[in-house]
Design a protein around this ligand. Sequence first.
Ligand code: UFG
Length: 338
Amino acid sequence: MKILVTGGLGFIGSHTVVELQHQGFEVVVIDNLSNSSEDVLDGISAITGKEPIFENLDLRDKKKLNGFFEKYPDIRGVIHFAASKAVGESVEEPLLYYENNLGVLTYLLQELKQKGNGNFIFSSSCTVYGQADSMPITEAAPVKPAESPYGNTKQVGEEIIRDTCNVNPELKAIALRYFNPIGAHPSAKIGELPLGVPQNLVPYITQTAIGIREKLAVFGDDYPTPDGTCIRDYIHVVDVAKAHVIALQRLLEGNNATNYEVFNLGTGTGSSVLEVIKSFEKVSGKKLNYNIAPRREGDVIQAYADTKKANTVLGWKAESSLDEAMKSAWEWEQKVRS
Ligand code: UFG
């Protein structure tokens, strides 16, 4: 069965392609290589023994997208990762984000609507909750005003899908709200490859430890948390990837309760920045160079998932620990720089 994975050479996309292939799906990847490389195809085939079909295509090109669906009329499901994801850049270039993340989404949904049967998985984010009023965060927690155009594209993206599914019963969609995906495939053949200076904690840690960055700045230690640093729900990317396959199977088998559903993808455990550093030091045996710096604008104090809905309704549960995820991130970093 043929599945389209947009952004399939990116961080979460590539791990999902691997899990889809493990489950016997035939994968077609669309990627414009704006934040990825064709080498990822080699990593995927080194793990699974099979290279996915690859189409280098910019999804903003509506005509080409239409041509793609004509070339592959037997696509049975779409997992849509392709999007811009840097919060700071989205503030500088809002139109780029609205075009890439929302314009493209409408094009894809139009294609699926035209096909008359669509199974669609959307990459959403815990950013939709902002600073939630209580922890852990359930899917019923209110969506708070977005802090950035990037965050707004996730909120509005969900609304676009919900509204479209409302009036097109032949379309079925699941939005997955990721907490903080980290780590790499245990084979160290694929992983995260941030362009330039990493904005996220874990690649910053591993790049510091390997000597590319001098020192990690811990953004604030005066938050109202046990050790003063922010708390997040860090989840192994392979667990996130597996959830996509399970969500897709739910739609393909018609097990969905309604034709638009939302699930949190987290571990249910919150870890502070200092705990992440400790975990890294434990699994790598290296001391990390870091200092305490001022707070970063826009950071919420804490966010971790209530995973009950994903556990019981989706039948999925994160399996890896923080230590395992950090170990895989470190092995990947060493492999990439060797
Ligand atoms: N942090 C540091 N130093 C760094 C980088 C991060 O101390 O160099 C801290 C942050 O302040 C935060 C924690 O590490 O407390 C995690 O930061 P990340 O940037 O790794 O992750 P965020 O939770 O900020 O970001 C995630 C997603 C984004 C999303 C955002 C919205 O990665 O896509 O949540 O809240 F937009």
